[in-house]
Design a protein around this ligand. Structure first.
Ligand SMILES: C[S@@+](CC[C@H](N)C(=O)[O-])C[C@H]1O[C@@H](n2cnc3c(N)ncnc32)[C@H](O)[C@@H]1O
Length: 331
């Protein structure tokens, strides 16, 4: 990750971080990392194998080695631990689709200035409608979910006898299937947008989460929930919902949670005090794409308590993360 305490540098800041981002995206999209993993170690061989320009590939390898994704010795290139662990099809902590999704986010960033006028948001859905975009987005979210899912499932209190949970915007179903595995008596429904649900079902089938999770179609901003739940979970959703709409969403959830039931929210938390680079970057992106933002712990506690929820707690994951898990119960 880029050093969160970057020194200001007017000459380099408007150029080098963008070059770094595109180098990583291009390393994945060209298949460069897979080529190196498959034994191509000289830049000419890599370029020939990928049918790409060898001068360009040499320069791409050089910037990737400065960034820590490639190591080089006497003209031989190899993967570093981080690229081996994250950027290959069979990486243990795969983030390859997250990098592919970042291409779409980089395209959206070109529209930052026009969103600052207070006009329309960037239509991220439209950018994702391009070939495979929705599928890449869901896979990217699944990759970020995989390392956190079991910890989240362990830390959500569910009262005895709970039967049904709802995961709003639950996409790939990784979180709900982890929670269901932890509470085998409980079924999980994933609410997904009409234009996304088919892709989400396909991703869940590919990942094998579909045996524990049922996808239902709806938009939480428009759809009245039909069931009552023992647990309602939202992950990486509220940062897409402006505050005035979020108040309504949380009230609706309150009305559809059984007494004693739990609401659990996993999301970026706005840093307290001084702004912090990572959550500020995501917050601005969410503003551009949804006119929403990261919320602070205090704001989430207030929203939940105004809706009637009690016993609020916020838990931070063991590894450093801009996320927190917020929990409250309907009395
Ligand atoms: C950033 S993704 C998070 C996916 C998953 N919850 C996770 O954390 O990995 C947000 C998801 O919420 C869904 N979503 C966005 N707005 C929604 C709405 N109004 N109602 C239901 N789902 C929504 C999107 O389709 C997308 O799958």
């Amino acid at each position: 990750m880029t050093n969160p305490k970057m020194e200001a540098n007017t000459l380099l800041d408007p150029f080098v971080p963008a070059m770094a981002a595109w180098a990583l995206v291009s390393g994945v999209s060209t298949g460069l990392f897979e080529a190196v993993a498959n034994g191509k170690h000289r830049s000419d061989d890599i370029a020939k194998h990928l049918d790409l320009d060898s001068d360009g590939i040499k320069r791409l390898l050089d910037i990737l080695s400065c960034l820590g994704y490639i190591k080089s010795r006497d003209g031989d290139y190899d993967l570093t631990e981080v690229s081996r662990n994250t950027l290959l099809e069979n990486s243990s902590h795969k983030l390859k689709n997250w990098v592919r999704f970042c291409r779409i986010q980089l395209q959206a960033l070109e529209q930052l200035e026009s969103t600052l006028t207070g006009g329309n948001c960037v239509d991220l859905q439209a950018l994702m409608e391009k070939p495979d975009g929705l599928y890449i987005h869901q896979l990217a979210m699944a990759e970020t979910a995989a390392p956190a899912a079991d910890w989240i499932a362990e830390n959500i209190p569910v009262q005895k006898g709970s039967r049904l949970m709802l995961d709003i915007g639950g996409s790939h179903g990784i979180y709900s299937s982890a929670i269901s595995r932890m509470n085998p008596q409980m079924r999980a429904e994933v609410l997904e947008l009409p234009n996304v649900i088919e892709t989400a079902r396909n991703v869940a089938r590919d990942l094998g989460t579909d045996d524990l999770v049922t996808h239902i179609e709806g938009d939480i901003l428009k759809t009245e929930l039909r069931n009552d739940y023992d647990l309602v979970f939202m992950s990486n959703l509220i940062h897409h919902i402006p505050e005035e709409l979020l108040i309504r969403v949380i009230r609706q959830i309150y009305n559809h949670i059984n007494p004693g039931g739990t609401i659990a929210i996993w999301d970026f938390s706005e840093a307290e005090g001084e702004p912090e680079l990572v959550s500020s970057a995501f917050s601005l992106f969410f503003y551009m794409t949804s006119k929403a933002r990261c919320y602070s712990l205090e704001e989430i506690e207030q929203l939940l308590s105004d809706a009637g929820f009690a016993h609020f707690s916020a838990i931070r994951p063991p590894a450093p993360s801009p996320h927190a898990l917020y929990i409250a119960r309907r009395p």
